[in-house]
Design a protein around this ligand. Structure first.
Ligand SMILES: C[S@@+](CC[C@H](N)C(=O)[O-])C[C@H]1O[C@@H](n2cnc3c(N)ncnc32)[C@H](O)[C@@H]1O
Length: 558
């Protein structure tokens, strides 16, 4: 069964992923870019493109970094090589205790776990960029090489074709993908490492070689049929009036001649073999990948996720370094490019991400692309399934995940159809937004407010005020603490909203308790006919039913 984990990959790798259980691991972690990335949603209605912080890529020297450093130096659970320990001590000497070292510690802890979970025939691909790639290579070398693994390649992927000049430096146009093997006996499918020839864009040498064309446009060259070994009496015979030592037997030559593959260009000339260009494997791929275009703003694949990678990139990696049925791990899975491609290529997969927005996007991507069947086969872990785990999420005292409770409750309640609000100021009081078709050509706005602390009837009055100001048709107040009677009375007093198309009325304000979401599977009922997040292109030939998402407990909604 495929597995999707919501949480910090270090905890998940440690608790849930057993030794030697993964055939291929690709990761595309934050690059230490010192900026935060934003999720860009579709523009709907009058809204500007709303942005919500997708993940954070700033690093500080804090208690987590110190703890991680100690774990490495003390060789926690025997996971670290002497080389890794000495390297970290050296890096501390050179870099000092700061953000770069904190980033490298975070990566070291996780790469050591990844090494542990890989099968001996497994491969590891680490996607990064020149910001920290040279430090990272030292670290990965120190984990893989002393244990019989090996560095295989530094793949340069040209991720943008931007030509704009920079001040006194060249434009940075490439990412780096390090490729490592756990042993010398790795899975490697060479056949996928060719780029098919394009007739209109042939290398000069190839186009000179394949200079002939059939009437149907197929390009070919005339190849030699003469045997390089002159001492083969049984292959010496006359064919089309020419006697030579041939490569093939007379029967084979005759058959090939009848099939039109052996030709004589004029009477008496030496027969030759027609070798077609479209039957050749193509141009061998090396470690510089310029044939995979980045996702531009118009790309069909694009989901609005800031660092989304093209499926072709993952397809090449997965096809080359795994076989059908193998387990693929992406411990930083973002909007789920690796898992979506693994699904298509009949691999099993494990995805991990620390933000609920990613989990929500992945579920939606799988559902949109492969139908709900794909989601039924996903075991989800880490999503709150009882009040205690919802409280634990709400009370997480971690800057990186502070808004996670809000994100989870809104996205889960709206079946992944809402956007998360990050704006301050004018949008105060709105934690999330969704839209529904209200009338022909018009859409109504739904706003969500989430509270994990004490609540009272004044919160409901505030929500009504916000709804009036924002011209929202419906408001949902999601609360971890149970609502009071006064709150319920206040919500009822807000009145009803008549939905013309649905021909029914909805409470203008509804109070949703996390308990009801968890225990009764309560979800947003109003049909969200407009998709807020871009929908992934549906994979042809798969279950195309449009259904709601599921989790391990509720077969109808996450
Ligand atoms: C660069 S993005 C991955 C993009 C992905 N390759 C794609 O094509 O969509 C990095 C992801 O790592 C996640 N992440 C960062 N730190 C993490 C951690 N400690 N555990 C799990 N996921 C993490 C972020 O939430 C983000 O979604």
């Amino acid at each position: 069964m495929n597995q999707l984990y919501y949480g910090d990959n270090l905890d998940i790798l440690r608790k849930h992923i057993s030794d030697e259980s993964v055939d291929l691991c690709y990761i595309d972690p934050p690059f230490n870019s010192k900026r935060n990335y934003n999720q860009i949603y579709n523009n709907i209605g009058k809204e500007d493109s709303a942005q919500a912080q997708a993940f954070v890529d700033t690093w500080t020297w804090d208690s987590l970094a110190i703890k991680g450093f100690e774990e490495i130096i003390e060789n926690d659970r025997g996971l670290f090589t002497l080389q890794t320990i000495n390297l970290m001590l050296g890096l501390q000497n050179v870099l000092g205790d700061g953000s770069l070292l904190a980033y490298l510690i975070s990566m070291t802890l996780r790469i050591a776990e990844i090494y542990r979970v890989l099968v001996p025939t497994g491969s590891f691909y680490f996607h990064c960029d020149p910001t920290s790639s040279h430090y990272l290579k030292l670290i990965i070398d120190s984990i893989f090489c002393p244990n019989g693994g090996n560095f295989c390649n530094e793949i340069i992927w040209r991720r943008t074709t931007s030509k704009s000049l920079m001040t006194k430096q060249l434009p940075n146009n490439h990412d780096v993908i390090f490729c490592y093997q756990k042993s010398m006996n790795k899975t490697w499918n060479q056949d996928h490492l060719f780029i098919a020839y394009e007739k209109d864009n042939l290398p000069e040498k190839t186009s000179k070689k394949y200079s002939h064309q059939d009437s149907d446009g197929r390009m070919y060259q005339l190849d030699n049929l003469i045997n390089p070994n002159p001492n083969r009496p049984n292959l010496t015979y006359e064919f089309l009036g020419v006697t030579r030592v041939w490569r093939w037997t007379k029967e084979r030559m005759q058959k090939a001649y009848e099939a039109g593959i052996v030709v004589q260009t004029k009477p008496g000339s030496v027969p030759r073999l027609k070798r077609y260009l479209d039957e050749q494997r193509g141009i061998p791929i090396d470690d510089t990948w310029i044939d995979i275009a980045p996702l531009n703003s118009q790309a069909k694949e694009r989901l609005g996720y800031p660092t989304q990678k093209p499926e072709l990139l993952l397809e090449r990696i997965i096809k080359t370094s795994s076989n059908e049925g193998d387990v693929i791990l992406d411990a930083y899975c973002g909007c789920g490019t690796t898992v979506a491609v693994a699904q298509r290529l009949n691999r099993k997969w494990i995805g991990i991400d620390i933000t609920y927005q990613s989990i929500s996007l992945i579920l939606k991507r799988l559902e949109d692309t492969y139908g709900t069947g794909a989601i039924f086969n996903v075991k989800m872990t880490g999503i709150p399934k009882d009040i205690a785990s919802a409280e634990a999420l709400a009370n997480k005292n971690d800057d990186r995940t502070r808004k996670e409770f809000e994100k989870w409750s809104i996205l889960a309640f709206s079946n992944n159809r809402a956007t998360i609000n990050q704006k301050k100021g004018a949008d105060k009081g709105i934690d999330g937004t969704a839209f529904f078709i209200e009338s022909e050509g018009g859409h109504g706005r739904v706003i969500f407010q989430v509270k994990s602390g004490k609540v009272g009837s004044s919160d409901i009055r505030d929500l009504l005020g916000t709804m009036t100001r924002e011209k929202a048709a419906l408001g949902y107040f999601i609360t971890l603490k149970e609502p009071t009677k006064d709150m319920l009375k206040e919500a009822k007093a807000a009145g009803l909203y008549e939905h013309k198309i649905m021909g029914r009325a909805y409470q203008k304000i509804e109070i949703i308790s996390i308990r009801d979401m968890i225990e009764k599977g309560l979800r947003l009922e109003i049909p969200m006919s407009l998709e807020v997040l871009k929908s992934a292109k549906r994979h042809q030939g798969e279950d195309s039913r449009q259904l709601t998402l599921v989790d391990e407990r509720f077969p109808v909604a996450i």
